[in-house]
Design a binder for this molecule. Sequence first.
Ligand code: ACO
Length: 347
Amino acid sequence: EILIGLVGSEMCIRDRPERMRKPLEDLKIVQTASWVPDQVIDNDDLSRIMDTSDDWIQSRTGIKRRHISKHENTADLASKTGQLLLEKSGWQAEELDLILVATMSPDAYTPSTAAIVQGKLQAKNAVAFDVSAACSGFVYGLAVASQMMSTGMVKKAMVIGSEVLSKLIDWHDRTTAVLFGDGAGGVLLEKVPVKAPTLLGLQLKTFGELSNELSAGMTSSGNTFPKPLTELTPFKMNGRAVYRFATHEVPESILQASAQNKLTLDQIDVFLLHQANARIIKQVAKRLKQPLEKFPINIAEYGNTSAASEPILLDECVEKGMIKRGDILALSGFGGGLTTGTIILRY
Ligand code: ACO
C-alpha cells in the first residue's frame, strides 16, 4: 500500500499507485493524551542556582517554566500517558499490537522503556520497543508504526514520546540547563477504512557526521575491568550549530515531505514543530512563507521536552479544539543524531 524509497540515509514515501488504493485503509489517530510532572521550575528558580535570568531565557528561547520530575522516571510518565490514552479511548490494553516509546532518556539500556510500559499496562499482546532519535523521535516512531501497520502486521498501535531529561542535565551548565523539561505525550493509531489517504508525506533524514553537535549520556569505551562503571556524561550541545541546522533543515524536510503527494504548504492546516526554541519556529514559519498562527507554540510552559514535545502539543491543540477531524497536520522534528523528520497526516 505504501511504497518506501530508500536513498542513502534518507527515507520517503513515493506516490501510491491508484490501483493499490482499493479497498483503502490507512492509519487514523484515534486518541491523543499527555502527562507532565507536577513540579514546576520557573526561570527565576534557575537564576537562583546559576548565572542566568528570566529575561535572557525568555528572549532567547521563549521558555518561562518547565516541569521537572521529582521521582517519576521516563517509563512512569509514558505509562501514565498510556493509561490516559486507554481511558480516553475506551480501548482495552490487550487490543494493542504495538507499543513504541520514543525517548533519549530511557530508564535503562535494557529493558526498553516501552517494555516497562507494556508490563505496567498489561498489554500482553503488544510487541514493545524504543525508538532513539532524540527530538525527532516521535516522528520516527510514527514512521515505524505506520510502516508496520501498512504491512498488516499491526492494526492497533500506541506511540508515546516520553522524556525525563532532567536526569541528564548538568545543573551548573547554564547553556543547556535552562532549555529542557520533562513530560510525555502520545497517540493511539488504528488501521481503518478511509475515504481519502491519511498518511500524506513522510521524510526522515539522519546526519551522523554531526553527531558530536549534541550528545547526552555518552559512555566511555575501553575496558573498565576491574574499575566500577563510569558515570554518564550530561547534555552537551553546540547551540549555535544546532540552531543553524534546524532553521535550514526543518523547512527542507517539510518541503520534501509535502512534495511527495504534491501538497502545497497552504493545504497544511497546522504545523506541529518540535518545541526547542520559539525563535527557531518563527524562523521556519518565515522561511516557509506561512502565517505564524499555523504554528502553535507551547514552549513557554514546558521548555524542550525532546521526543515528548510534539505529542504534548498535539494533545493540547486537540483538547482546545484547535485541531479538528479532517485537518492536515505536519509534524516536524529535529535533534540529536543529528536527525530531522516530518510526517504529514490527515487528522
Ligand atoms: N543565561 C545567560 N546567559 C547565557 C546563558 C544563560 N542561560 N546561556 C548562554 N549565555 C551567554 C553565553 O555565554 C554568551 O555570552 P558571551 O556573548 O559573553 O559569550 C551569550 O549568552 C550568547 O550565547 P549564545 O550561545 O550565542 O546564545 P544564542 O542566542 O545562540 O542562544 C541557544 C543559545 C538558546 C541555545 C540557541 O543557540 C538555540 O536555541 N540553539 C538551538 C538549540 C536546540 O534547538 N537544541 C535542541 C536540540 S533537540 C535535541 O535533540 C535535544
